[in-house]
Design a protein around this ligand. Structure first.
Ligand SMILES: Nc1ncnc2c1ncn2[C@@H]1O[C@H](COP(=O)(O)OP(=O)(O)OP(=O)(O)O)[C@@H](O)[C@H]1O
Length: 200
């Protein structure tokens, strides 16, 4: 599988955000989108996730399911955690698993892996910022999708959680997945190439 982005351009509210963004990611590889605040890293991920239309360029996922779009084969974890405050982590992961399809591991097992087993039945409103982030990342484990689009995935994570995150991503890469992540710091993940969005 290979994701190829060529000459991507984007406008928001009629103003150009970036142009000429090109990169390719093979299975087993991660790409870190880097660049200044406002350069368009989140925007690039949102385009890949099918949430925004580019104003130019092309995106091709080669070797995936022919009958599914890229967004249908991708997990998108934005920098907002997309959790309903009244749902418990267990309920939230059950919802995501049913909605995303291709069930992988059980919600309870995913919560245990992310160190959230003790909080499985608390309302999400009670979770700390790092716990919310870990829950958002647990979504990656409950549904099997080859392309992971991650926006500042390690924000709010403590050192141990960052290591756990790196292990989860490395395992995904070993299994032939691919990752595109917007980041301001090192991801701690193997095989990471950097792609700069906007000026240095
Ligand atoms: N809904 C919107 N309407 C218009 N412009 C927007 C909208 N959302 C973002 N922008 C603009 O698009 C540009 C790119 O934003 P984006 O969030 O992609 O940057 P980023 O590189 O992820 O930044 P950061 O490092 O601060 O997270 C910014 O100039 C931002 O103001």
């Amino acid at each position: 599988m290979r994701l190829v982005v060529e000459n991507l351009a984007c406008e928001r509210s009629g103003r150009p955000v970036f142009q000429g963004v090109s990169f390719a990611v093979d299975e087993g590889e991660a790409v870190a989108l880097v660049g200044r605040n406002g350069a368009g890293k989140s925007t690039t991920l949102q385009i890949l996730a099918g949430l925004l239309e580019p104003s130019g360029g092309s995106i091709l996922l080669d070797g995936g399911h022919d009958d599914r779009t890229l967004p249908e084969q991708a997990h998108y974890v934005g920098h907002r955690d997309a959790l309903k405050p009244a749902l418990t982590p267990h309920e939230a992961l059950g919802f995501w698993q049913a909605m995303l399809g291709e069930p992988a591991i059980d919600p309870d097992e995913a919560l245990d892996r992310l160190g959230l087993g003790h909080a499985a039945d608390l309302p999400c409103a009670y979770l700390s910022a790092g716990q919310r982030r870990r829950l958002a990342l647990a979504r990656l484990l409950v549904s099997d999708r080859p392309v992971w689009l991650l926006d500042e995935p390690t924000s709010a994570l403590d050192a141990a959680s960052q290591q756990l995150f790196a292990q989860i991503v490395n395992r995904h890469l070993e299994r032939g997945g691919l990752v595109v992540a917007a980041t301001h710091g090192p991801l701690g993940v193997r095989e990471t190439a950097s792609v700069r969005i906007g000026p240095a």
